[in-house]
Design a protein around this ligand. Structure first.
Ligand SMILES: Cc1cc2nc3c(=O)[nH]c(=O)nc-3n(C[C@H](O)[C@H](O)[C@H](O)COP(=O)(O)OP(=O)(O)OC[C@H]3O[C@@H](n4cnc5c(N)ncnc54)[C@H](O)[C@@H]3O)c2cc1C
Ligand SMILES: NC(=O)c1ccc[n+]([C@@H]2O[C@H](COP(=O)([O-])OP(=O)(O)OC[C@H]3O[C@@H](n4cnc5c(N)ncnc54)[C@H](O)[C@@H]3O)[C@@H](O)[C@H]2O)c1
Length: 463
């Protein structure tokens, strides 16, 4: 028998549950279908447990460096790896169970457990059951991409989801991919006491950032003893008597890296390959991301795609913002669009990188004439007092219109301080408004108006 609802949401990630809450509050009947755990990637295997681990790693690092701050700690501190993982998973579980209770009490909601697949234009099967609705919302997220690297069948390559279930700390973790996931795990495992090697195919770590940011990130990681191999070509795996081996062809360095564990962190693949999309004729691109318009509707009226699966962002806040856009347009008479938001994100190594808007390279590629304001953390009082002077801050401005195009703050509190630039961009403020703002002393953000007042063509800044 087919059960009919006003709306079906596939995936209880970052957009699905709040959308279910809004739709049911508006009197609609909703089926929310989830095949694994509610709360999706962020809470179960993404942001929440990693940021909890980053916090433990920061404590380990601070204790190890306490003497530099005039603080003596008696016995040699040790990281209890299992206790660290238990703490992270407990935080994750608490968040998930609070969402479970929320969904349990939602009047008008039916939570269906199982894998959803289209069997018709607006019909979905889960197990042996069939569900229909005029409105269907896809919030199916993404998973770690597993590229076809030679020798993959000879080793046990881990993904971010597997790391939380390790029984012991890796002796030597080789990480393939120097993006967000690779870098965050690299630093935390190094701080837990593992040897770590990052193997990145491109010329830079965090390759989407401007080169001086990427280089500053590399400096921070190398200073902590992380080995970085960039321009890594012909990556392949094999197994020796002592464990896995990563073979790599780089311009410098050893051709083989013997390690204890391998982590693959080379990007994400949308969970759309097993959704039966062909039954609905919903279009997706060649990587499987569902094509949507600026209001997140697919080519099929009544079907929307939100979150990582639409390729419009790959962050928790972009998925949640997708929910806000769709809910506003459908329920509040809004006219919100994806193109209205300023793309921003954090990279949670220590110190964190906060990024908003366009990088300098992106601004130039988009045809802007740019002015840059820049300052190393060695000249930021708050960073000096904290003894955390690695990194820099930077603002990118259109030389003709004086519009703020973007910013990067790589230093203590960079993930928070960046919002002072983000909000200005969102409001369409000119850089002069930022220059005239009084910020609080002593903070890292205090220097944002200063760099906004020290604009010069990029070439005039010291390298
Ligand atoms: C290690 C790691 C760290 C991260 N850190 C951050 C961070 O610090 N900040 C940040 O903003 N982002 C971070 N992210 C990214 C963030 O986790 C994702 O962008 C976010 O979770 C995407 O949310 P979503 O709602 O699109 O999908 P998801 O949260 O992935 O939810 C999708 C849900 O759909 C379910 N599903 C899929 N297919 C089906 C189906 N056919 N039937 C039923 N259910 C299905 C899945 O089981 C899943 O629960 C991180 C990601 C990783 C992997
Ligand atoms: N702080 C955050 O917000 C955060 C943290 C973690 C993950 N995430 C999300 O998860 C997504 C995925 O993260 P990710 O790090 O897996 O992807 P990514 O796209 O950020 O980085 C992947 C890296 O792997 C490299 N690479 C690709 N194929 C390779 C190969 N065969 N060999 C060697 N290197 C290769 C790429 O050049 C790139 O530098 C991100 O896009 C992000 O949206 C966000």
């Amino acid at each position: 028998m087919t059960k009919t609802f006003d709306a079906i949401i596939i995936g209880a990630g970052q957009a699905g549950p709040p959308l279910a809450a809004r739709l049911t509050a508006a009197g609609q009947t909703v089926a929310l279908i989830e095949r694994e755990q509610v709360d999706g990637t962020c809470v179960n295997t993404g942001c929440t447990p990693t940021k909890a681990l980053v916090a433990s790693a920061k404590i380990a690092h601070s204790v190890a460096h306490a003497k530099e701050y005039g603080v003596s700690i008696g016995a040699t501190p040790e990281v209890d790896f299992n206790a660290v993982l238990r703490r992270a998973m407990a935080i994750s579980e608490k968040s998930r169970s609070s969402v479970e209770s929320w969904l349990d009490g939602m009047v008008g909601l039916t939570l269906v457990r199982g894998h959803a697949r289209f069997t018709g234009p607006k019909r979905i099967s889960v197990g042996g059951d069939s569900y229909e609705a005029d409105q269907i919302f896809l919030n199916v997220g993404a998973r770690a991409a597993i590229p076809d690297i030679p020798g993959l069948d000879q080793v046990e390559a881990l993904t971010n989801s597997d790391l939380f279930w390790l029984k012991e700390r890796p002796q030597h973790l080789a990480i393939v991919g120097g993006g967000y996931i690779g870098l965050e795990f690299a630093q935390m495992f190094r701080r837990f006491g593992s040897r770590v090697t990052i193997i990145e195919r491109g010329p830079h770590l965090a390759g989407k950032e401007d080169p001086e940011i990427s280089e500053a990130i590399r400096d921070v990681l190398e200073a902590e003893g992380i080995a970085v191999r960039t321009n890594a070509e012909c990556i392949h795996f094999s197994r020796s008597e002592t464990g896995p081996v990563v073979g790599v062809d780089c311009t410098t360095g050893e051709p083989e890296i013997a390690c204890s564990h391998i982590l693959l962190a080379v990007g994400r693949q949308p969970n759309t390959d097993d959704l039966g999309l062909e039954q609905t004729r919903v279009e997706s691109d060649k990587r499987g991301f569902v094509r949507v318009n600026d209001r997140l509707e697919t080519n099929i009226p009544g079907i929307w795609a939100l979150g990582d699966c639409n390729g419009k962002g790959a962050f928790t806040h972009t998925s949640y913002n997708d929910f806000e856009i769709v809910a506003s347009n459908l329920l509040d008479g809004g006219d919100r669009k994806v193109s209205d938001r300023v793309m921003s994100y954090g990279l949670y190594i220590d110190p964190p990188l906060g990024r908003t808007g366009l990088s300098e390279a992106q601004a130039l590629a988009n045809g802007h004439k740019v002015l840059i304001g820049k300052r190393p953390m060695t000249r930021v009082g708050r960073a000096v007092e904290k003894g955390e002077t690695q990194g820099l801050m930077k603002i990118v401005v259109d030389a003709e219109t004086r519009a703020i195009l973007g910013g990067a703050i790589f230093g203590p509190g960079g993930d928070e301080a960046i919002h002072s630039i983000l909000d200005m961009i969102q409001m369409g403020a000119k850089v002069d408004a930022l220059t005239n703002t009084m910020h609080i002393h002593p903070t890292v953000a205090e220097l944002v108006p200063t760099i906004a007042g020290e604009l010069a063509p990029a070439a005039m800044h010291e390298p």
